[in-house]
Ligand binder design. Structure first.
Ligand SMILES: C[S@@+](CC[C@H](N)C(=O)[O-])C[C@H]1O[C@@H](n2cnc3c(N)ncnc32)[C@H](O)[C@@H]1O
Length: 270
């Protein structure tokens, strides 16, 4: 089957039907301009290989690489076609040596697209992302994190992370409370403040918002810090000082089910 758009694969039951239509809708928006290019794609977690067939079908000049644990009971599938453009490996998504070996063998110049559809465990997804995004994704390339909402599921199938919304132990002191009270009706503009108000100003509005910081959502929230990297002139309250530099991330699309991270064109590779 050669489909007109990626969305067609959602309906086309059979060997290429694997991902929900809502994901394919987003992929179509982000990937269609590369459709006729000799793109290189790496997918972490490929199970029976259906999505690999979809990618190879859609990107007719593409090279598709898949890795999976293929645990006992789910043996490595034999691909029915396009074998010279489809490469499958057995290994773990957090084995960075393995990931580099595979990447250097098939895509020494980097991947255009990397999709993580493997364990959906924050700690593992972060290892893969930190390693692959910088070292093996081309500048301008796209990294997809699928099913990140599993981090909100009680008793998530693979790992029990991300179950609670963190109560903010917000680090506010007595001084912060005084500042918030004293400055409640103060002018907003800095020059209009009294010297006392100027002294208290840095302590106003310092509060952490109640938020889920575990698992996959936690990873994505860390990426937001990276997007703002060039703005780190005054550090967020309570964070360790870090080097200020342009962000390695150009943009993030966060949607229900799939998050797409676009690598900045000025970010390094390797
Ligand atoms: C949801 S399935 C992948 C489906 C496939 N991407 C598709 O769209 O057809 C998840 C796969 O990830 C694999 N997996 C789970 N944990 C993994 C890990 N730590 N490293 C590599 N693969 C893993 C599982 O064996 C399983 O086959």
């Amino acid at each position: 089957m050669t489909a007109v758009s990626l969305i067609d694969y959602a309906q086309g039951a059979g060997e290429t039907q694997s991902k929900p239509e809502s994901y394919l809708n987003i992929y179509e928006r982000y990937f269609s301009h590369m459709r006729d290019d000799a793109v290189t794609i790496l997918e972490l977690g490929v199970a029976t290989g259906k999505s690999m067939l979809m990618w190879s079908d859609y990107f007719s000049k593409g090279t598709i690489v898949g890795i999976d644990l293929f645990p006992p009971g789910s043996e490595m599938p034999t691909m029915p076609r396009n074998e010279n453009r489809i490469h499958m490996y057995r290994g773990a998504q957090n084995d960075t040596e393995f990931l580099s070996r595979v990447s250097n063998e098939i895509a020494p110049n980097g991947f255009d697209i990397i999709i993580d559809d493997a364990a959906h465990i924050g700690e593992l997804a972060k290892v893969s992302f930190s390693h692959l995004f910088l070292k093996h994704l081309k500048p301008g390339g796209i990294y997809g994190l699928e099913d990140w909402g599993t981090g909100y599921w009680q008793g998530h199938a693979y790992y029990p992370d991300g179950r609670r919304f963190k109560e903010p132990g917000d680090g506010r002191t007595f001084l912060h409370q005084i500042a918030n009270k004293a400055l409640k009706n103060a002018p907003v503009e800095w020059p209009s403040l009294t010297w006392m108000q100027k002294l208290l100003k840095p302590y106003q509005y310092v509060s952490r918002f109640r938020s889920h910081e575990y698992g996959m959502p936690g990873v994505i929230k860390q990426l937001i810090d990276e997007v703002a990297r060039s703005d780190w002139s005054s550090l967020p309250y309570g964070t360790e000082p870090k080097e200020k530099r342009p962000s390695y991330i150009e943009s993030i699309l966060i949607s229900p089910g799939v998050t797409l991270v676009t690598k900045s064109r000025s970010a390094p590779m390797g």
